[in-house]
Write a protein that binds this ligand. Structure first.
Ligand code: ZN
Length: 500
């Protein structure tokens, strides 16, 4: 599925209109890793602007950590080259969409919809989807697929992928595709071949155990897809359209699992059940459903439920109460949640983060800080990003932003592509009367999202500010340098030389 977009198509005529008369990549030329990354940057610049893009620190960390362990396993097995590891982004972008879909984009950006997270039973099942997608990247399927489109330039392919993504989310997508199929227009499809799908299954399966996941997760996910496949209406499962469950895929999987085939899938962790609950609530736009989640713990049958069901139910109830602005009821659910998770460090951490979120939403920053303090010492450049972001949000209203400046600077130094951390740093600088540094951080956030035009705009605003005497010489010279770099990136992007 990877380029996913199950069966999404773009009409030849539309492609022509967007061609800008550029040379194509045909004639057996293949995409270099640098070109593929730049194509990916261009695509995600648009995705970051999508209102459904979700910058949720808690869920992003959870999915990103799974991807990191799969990457490590792929490197150890020699399937992921050092060049790919360094050049590509390896970044998860969450979409608020309810549809069950996940996809790999050029340059190792991975789109994961909350709908997909919400149907997984275990972390292993979620890992199996990511292992499959990651393998499309390491096996250079994307590069090969793009090279096959010999009539198209990479820019056109970028437009196609974006168009296909938008189409897969539109309620009319199915109908539009049928009409397109019947019309006499030339169509281009960017779907992986069946051989590529089988290869992604095989390589992905091989990553599970070394990365620390149960191989049965692959089968569990297949079973889920198979069940959904029996239902006629597949509109909510684009993943199935792009990843048809052929008997061959299923047979391959069963033989791979070998003698473990009969053994049951290990149970879900409490942490996973909480993350599923979070995905379910965050993708929900229907207030009626949120009220049902919120009322669940008051239900007569709730006490008789298993511990696992209660943990998921209480998490969903507390987050729903937060959204419905009932902090007291949210607090009651969290108290019960903490009691049930007190012997499970990972789950308890998620309960504490949720607790801080509830207190912040209720306007009680001091109470939020109490929840976060226990984990503060674990914040490093690479770990504890949810705590870092929540702590910054908490210290801002308390007029104590200076306490988090150093940690945020460490974070962006190690992860200059962390736009959310740059934006937080901008607010933190502003509170400390450092407008020039704030403007620079805003510009860096745009650079991180590859919106070079917006970045140039902010850097120029910084130059104006410096001329009027804001900030010191050192800050001003950084802005001058970065402005030149942003302008150069913008020119390169506008000329499309990045890919040809
Ligand atoms: Zn696939």
């Amino acid at each position: 599925m990877a380029l996913c977009f199950g069966g999404a198509v773009l009409h030849g005529a539309d492609v022509q209109a967007q061609s800008y008369g550029l040379p194509s990549l045909g004639d057996g030329q293949s995409l270099t890793t640098a070109q593929e990354r730049k194509l990916g940057d261009r695509i995600i610049r648009e995705l970051y602007r999508d209102p459904d893009y979700l910058d949720d620190a808690v869920l992003t960390e959870y999915v990103q950590d799974i991807l990191a362990s799969l990457m490590k396993a792929a490197q150890q097995r020699g399937e992921l080259t050092e060049e790919q590891a360094e050049r590509f982004a390896w970044r998860i972008l969450l979409g608020r969409d309810k549809q069950v879909n996940a996809f790999a984009l050029p340059g190792a950006y991975f789109g994961v919809y909350l709908g997909l997270i919400s149907v997984t039973g275990t972390r292993d099942e979620l890992a199996s989807v990511l292992a499959h997608e990651l393998s499309h990247v390491t096996q250079r399927h994307i590069a090969r697929l793009i090279a096959q489109q010999d009539r198209l330039t990479p820019l056109m392919i970028g437009s196609m992928l974006l168009g296909a993504l938008a189409a897969s989310r539109s309620p009319d997508a199915g109908a539009a595709m049928m009409v397109g199929g019947q019309a006499l227009v030339q169509q281009t499809q960017l779907n992986f071949s069946r051989d590529m799908e089988r290869e992604a299954d095989r390589i992905g399966f091989g990553l599970m155990q070394p990365a620390g996941y149960a191989q049965q997760g692959f089968v569990g996910m297949f079973d889920r897809l198979q069940q959904a496949n029996r239902i006629n209406d597949k509109g909510d499962w684009p993943y199935l359209r792009s990843h048809p469950l052929t008997t061959q895929r299923i047979a391959d999987m069963r033989s791979r699992l070998g003698k473990e085939a009969g053994s049951a899938e290990p149970p879900a962790t409490l942490e996973h059940l909480m993350m599923v609950a979070r995905a379910r609530v965050l993708m929900q736009t229907n207030m009626q459903v949120l009220r049902q989640y919120a009322d669940d713990p008051q239900d007569a049958g709730f006490a008789a439920k298993s511990r696992d069901q209660k943990v998921g139910g209480l998490y969903a109830a507390a987050l729903s109460e937060l959204k419905l602005q009932h902090p007291d009821r949210a607090r009651a659910s969290i108290a019960a949640l903490k009691e049930l998770t007190r012997n499970d460090a990972a789950a308890l951490r998620k309960a504490q983060l949720l607790s801080a979120e509830v207190e912040l939403a209720a306007g009680d920053a001091s109470a939020a800080l109490v929840q976060l303090d226990k984990d503060t010492q674990k914040i490093t450049a690479d770990a504890g990003r949810p705590e870092l972001m929540a702590r910054a949000q908490t210290l801002l209203p308390l007029q104590r932003a200076s306490e988090i400046t150093g940690a945020l600077q460490t974070r962006v130094a190690a992860h200059p592509d962390d736009a959310g951390a740059w934006m937080m740093l901008a607010r933190v600088w502003r509170q400390q009367n450092q407008p020039l540094r704030a403007v620079r951080a805003e510009a860096e956030a745009q650079m991180a999202q590859h919106d070079y035009a917006a970045a140039v705009d902010r850097f120029k605003a910084g130059q104006d500010l410096a001329r009027k005497g804001g900030g010191d010489f050192y800050d001003a010279s950084i802005i001058d340098t970065r402005l030149r770099e942003a302008e150069s990136a913008l020119r390169e992007q506008a000329s499309d030389r990045t890919l040809n």
